[in-house]
Design a binder for this molecule. Structure first.
Ligand code: MN
Length: 231
């Protein structure tokens, strides 16, 4: 096969304990999946889950024990952190039932769904797509993937992010409105999941802005920490 120009590289993420990388297919994200965060965004109640995507090449890998740089994005004056549990799909499928969903998971990671909140809010107000607020370059920092067998009790793990050493978000994955299995059930009804898909499962309350020079430390217990410097 000859191409007109060099095709983009495959985006991939290291896996704890493996030499092989996890090749990324798509990045799906769940909106408003913790009750206290839904409230802070002006919503109440258990609405059906909804989804948006980020381009795979928005991923910024944050190696364990190192600080990775994330450039402050263009056009925004309100650049928000959303700490999230990331589910890595190892086995694809469509119309996966919640009862069978967990066997489709390869592993888990810590991620940040970085958001240009002012642009997202403006698009919401106008009834337009969120892409500019959510799917921009470098908007998905994440750590290495921990295979399921080594990840521990992720569904009950603590999740948090600190900015410059101060707590911003701290909650538990058990507070997800739609748990991991239910999320996979809903998502796979809308898209056929593929090995290599990542699912950012939603963020708890406490989303707030960062500025150039800030350092974020985010974690899900059992999956390690990621450190991201806004440059
Ligand atoms: Mn999010």
């Amino acid at each position: 096969m000859q191409y007109l120009f060099t095709p983009p590289a495959v985006v991939s993420v290291p896996v704890i304990g493996k030499t092989e990388q996890f090749p990324v297919h798509r990045i799906y994200c769940v909106g408003r999946n913790y009750e206290e965060h839904a409230k802070e965004m002006g919503f109440t109640g258990r609405e059906p889950p909804f989804f948006f995507l980020k381009p795979a090449d928005a991923l910024v890998f944050a190696p364990s024990g190192q600080t990775v740089n994330m450039p402050y994005p263009s056009l925004t004056k309100n650049f928000h952190h959303e700490i999230e549990l990331v589910v890595a799909i190892g086995k694809g499928g469509k119309n996966i039932s919640a009862a069978n969903a967990m066997q489709h998971i390869y592993g888990y990671a810590v991620g940040l769904d970085m958001t240009r909140r002012d642009l997202q809010n403006e698009m919401k107000k106008q009834g337009r797509p969120w892409c500019i607020g959510k799917g921009f370059d470098h908007s998905a920092p994440m750590g290495p993937i921990t295979p399921v067998a080594q990840a521990g009790d992720v569904e009950n793990a603590e999740i948090y992010v600190q900015v410059n050493g101060q707590d911003r978000q701290r909650s538990h994955v058990s507070k997800l409105i739609w748990n991991i299995a239910e999320t996979i059930e809903h998502l796979s009804a809308a898209w056929e999941l593929q090995p290599g898909d990542l699912i950012f499962t939603g963020t708890p309350e406490g989303v707030a802005a960062v500025v150039t020079g800030d350092t974020l430390v985010g974690a899900v217990a059992g999956l390690g920490e990621i450190k991201v410097h806004v440059s």
